[in-house]
Design a protein around this ligand. Structure first.
Ligand code: UTP
Length: 473
């Protein structure tokens, strides 16, 4: 093959100091060349250079004001609903739940499930959503989440559309899995998959793009904040509008105890006329690796744990409790209009920069597995939408019940801790229905059997007998 690369491409790469990525052009087949050109065409070289310069200067957020500087001015969230303590609080929470149920029945709620992450810490060789998490059933995270949605739709008497964000790393297997599993009982037309974008990795020292292969740049998904552009590009906003969807219940694929479409949370969101709401839980300790919801100069935001200086994280109130206690669970409700407006506004969400180990080809075409972080990677985070909101509400929730993510292969936030949490929650539901469940029993209740303790109580009132079998699905 001797055809030369297109002149405009050569100029663009020359100007950007990135000509090395055509090094093996002469050896590539036609399809390989086309794939490489498509990857290059998707890159905004000025932006990559700006980000790399920011990374080199040590400004990890690429923003004017560093996150650590902002953290020093942080106050607890201004718009906040705490867990109920008094009878009056409980009445308000019940009213919020009724309002959320009405909203669900009106068909104005959709779900966004973000499942584009690479799940590197878990090390599972498939999309994380396929991970078998059921303590007894071995059902996948996808199944647990989809069945919750199905149960919630049945209860509301309407279909709740689900928008599943995938990435190049997860798309094909995810779609195939849903198809194989017949969409877990959901109507296939109510499950819409859309793919997020990629960002290239650059060599941290030189700013040069890294090659994963001779015809392939080293790229990774552009972060869950890639959601906004991905929704727009894929026509999902139009789909939502056509279905009359106005509120979006956003959650991640990795938390099997998330309450999908929790009515009370939806109710608080509309009650307080928020653009975005976030479920928060009390951090376990000042150094827990969790983003915290705060207000800085009157603007709501979430500060990543890595951006919170130790002395700020350690601050306490006069009663000794942590001042920055409100850990984000990454469960949100968004107004569709708010997301749509942000997706069309410039410059879009900021990029965060991380130093990572990125395998690549060296100039001789040899594969390099770096022992130390060698590259800068760029990601957008969905919680950077908060500062753009007129009202960003934080709603406190019970951590043991709702926040048990699967991040690591073992230790904290692992499948073992998530399964233990599921068992403890489900044993509690059975006990609330008057059943004797020994401490430490392995108990699993599928979402189609019950969504909460009240459902279980109802089942038992209706004559269901707990026959010692522990799986109720
Ligand atoms: P994490 O930030 O925990 O990343 O994602 P991860 O990919 O699951 O795991 P690690 O960090 O590589 O170990 C939180 C949620 O955001 C989604 C993930 O799928 C998960 O639901 N996510 C993350 C995306 O959808 N896209 C991304 O680019 C990153």
């Amino acid at each position: 093959m001797s055809e030369r690369p297109p002149q405009t491409l050569v100029h663009t790469l020359d100007r950007a100091g990135q000509s090395h990525i055509l090094r093996w052009w002469d050896e590539l087949s036609g399809p390989e060349r086309s794939a490489l050109v498509a990857q290059i065409d998707a890159i905004d070289f000025n932006e990559i250079r700006r980000l790399w310069l920011a990374a080199r200067a040590g400004n990890e957020s690429a923003a004017a004001d560093t996150p650590a500087e902002r953290a020093r001015r942080a106050q607890p969230p201004a718009d906040l609903v705490r867990l109920p303590e008094t009878l009056r609080d409980r009445e308000l929470w019940s009213a919020a739940a009724r309002r959320g149920e009405e909203l669900l029945r009106s068909g104005r709620v959709g779900v966004i499930l973000v499942a584009g992450g690479q799940g590197t810490r878990l090390g599972f060789p498939h999309p994380k959503g396929m991970y078998p998490i059921g303590p007894i059933s071995g059902c996948s995270l996808y199944q647990l989440l989809a069945e919750q949605l199905l149960a919630r739709s049945r209860r509301a008497g309407v279909a709740i559309p689900c928008y599943v964000m995938t990435s190049d790393a997860t798309h094909d297997e995810t779609v195939e899995f849903f198809e194989q599993q017949r969409f877990f009982g959901l109507d296939a037309t109510d499950v819409r998959f859309f793919r997020q974008g990629n960002m290239p990795a650059v060599d941290a020292g030189s700013g040069r793009l890294l090659l994963a292969g001779r015809s392939q740049l080293a790229t990774s998904p552009d972060g869950h904040g890639g959601l906004l552009q991905a929704l727009k590009r894929s026509g999902m906003f139009a789909d939502m509008r056509a279905r009359g969807v106005e509120q979006l219940y956003y959650h991640q694929v990795d938390n099997p105890t998330v309450k999908v479409c929790d009515p009370a949370f939806l109710g608080w969101h509309v009650e307080r006329r928020a653009d975005v709401s976030t479920k928060v839980v009390a951090k376990r300790s000042w150094d827990e690796r969790m983003g915290v919801a705060v207000s800085v100069d009157g603007v709501a935001q979430i500060i990543e744990y890595s951006d919170l200086p130790d002395d700020v994280a350690q601050q306490t109130e006069s009663d000794g409790r942590l001042r920055h206690w409100a850990g984000s669970t990454a469960v949100h409700v968004f107004d569709r209009e708010f997301l749509e407006r942000l997706a069309s506004s410039q410059p879009g969400l900021p990029f965060h920069i991380a130093r990572k180990k990125v395998p690549h080809l060296d100039e001789n075409g040899e594969h390099v597995e770096p022992a130390e972080p060698n590259a800068s990677k760029f990601e957008r985070f969905v919680f950077d939408t908060l500062p753009q909101a007129r009202t960003a509400l934080a709603v406190e929730t019970d951590r043991a019940r709702e926040f048990n993510p699967v991040k690591n292969a073992d230790g904290a936030d692992s499948p073992a801790t998530a399964r233990a949490a599921l068992c403890a929650i489900h044993a509690g539901w059975l006990r609330s229905a008057g059943q004797a469940v020994p401490a430490g029993a392995t108990v699993e209740i599928g979402p189609l059997f019950a969504l909460d303790a009240e459902d279980v109580q109802e089942r038992f009132r209706a004559g269901h007998v707990f026959d010692g079998r522990v799986y109720l699905g």
